[in-house]
Design a protein around this ligand. Sequence first.
Ligand code: PMP
Length: 389
Amino acid sequence: MKGRNLLMIPGPIEVEPEVMQVMGSPTTSHVDPNFIESFGQALEGIRQVFLAPSSQPFIVAGSGTLAMDMAAANLIEPGDRALVISTGYFGARYADILSRYGGEIDVLTAPIGGRVPLEEIEGALREKSYKLTTLTQVDTSTGVSMEVAAVAELTDSHETLLVVDGVCSVGGEELRQDEWGVDLTLTASQKAISIPPGLALLMVGPRAMEAWNTRTQPVLNYYADFGNWLPIMEAYEARQASYFATPAVNLVAALSRSLKLILQEGLEARFSRHHALGSAMQAALQALELDQVPIDPQYAANTLTAPRFPEGVDGKAFLADMKAEGVIVAGGLHPDIKSQYFRIGHMGPTSTGDLLQTLAAVEICLHQQGYPLQLGTGLAAAQREFAGR
Ligand code: PMP
C-alpha cells in the first residue's frame, strides 16, 4: 500500500483488511440481533482459540491492563498470598496490581533477559502456600518466553491457581489452557488476536471461578467484578441481549471476525507459523552477529524479537531511519536497559514478506550507522530458515 508504513511493533499490530471492514461498519445497537449473534460467536470462538472449552470467557471494553486488574480484583482478597513470576516490566506491574487489592505478594524476578528457573518456582511454592501464582508467557519488555506447561504442573501439584498473562502470546505462541491446567488466561485485542486495541479478554477456568464464588468479601472494583459481567456473557452466549455496561460493539464484531480467521487458519498451523517467524528472526540475528535481550536464544519469544543496538549505533536515530525506510519498530521498554535495544513485533497476520522487508530495513539502517555488515546476510539466513520448512 503506497504511503503506508509497515507497523512491526509488539502491539498494536496491523490487522486483516476484512477485520477493519467490520470495524468500519455502521455501529449498531447492543441489542441488535446481528450484534447478539456476533457476540455469541465471539464467546464461542474464544473458547476454541484459548483451547479452553471448560472455561468461562469475559470480553470487556478495556486494555490488557484491565484484564490483569480484573483477574486480581476477583481472585484476591485482602491478606491472600500471591506469587509473581517476573521476567520483566509486566511481571512487576502484576505485583503492583495484586498489592492494590491487599494481597501479600512475593516476587521471583529473573535477571534481565533470563527466565525464572523451575527449581526456584518449586522452592517458593514448597516454602509457602499461595492462593495464586502469576506468570507472563511472553514479557514484551524483554522478549523472554516462559514454559507455561511446566509451571502449570508445579502450580497444580501445590494447589495454587495459575494466572497467565498471555497479552503478548495468545493466538501466536502455543498455549493449551485446559490441557495444561492453567486456571485463568488473559489477553488484549491488539496483539496476536489481531484486532485494534480496546478489548480485555479473560478465560476463567473452573477452579478460578470457584475461588471467586467462595469469596468472603466483595470484589473491590465495581467495573471489574465478575458478578456484574457473568450474566451478560451467559446471556449473549445464549443469543439474548443483556446490559451491565455498554459493550464496544464494533470491536466485538471485529473480534468475532478475527477469531473466525484464526480458526480457519487452524491453531496448530498458527503456532507453527509464529514459530517459523521467530526462528527466522533468530537466524538473522545470529548471521548479523547482533546481541539480543534474551540471554539464551532458547528463551526468545516467537511473537517479538528484542535485538540490542551494537556499540556506536544511536538508537533514536536508528528508529527514525527505520521509519524513513517505511518500517515502524519499537524502542526499549524495560526501564533498566530502555535505550540499549529495540523491539520488532511479528504476530497475527505478519507474513514472510513483512519480516523480510523489516530485516532489509534493519540492515540498511545499521549499515548507514557504520555497523560492519555484509548487506543481505540476515535476510539470507531468514530466507534459508523459511525455505527449510
Ligand atoms: N502484559 C503484557 C505481556 C503486555 O505486553 C502488555 C502490553 N504491552 C500488557 C500486559 C498491558 O496491556 P495494555 O497495554 O493493553 O494495557
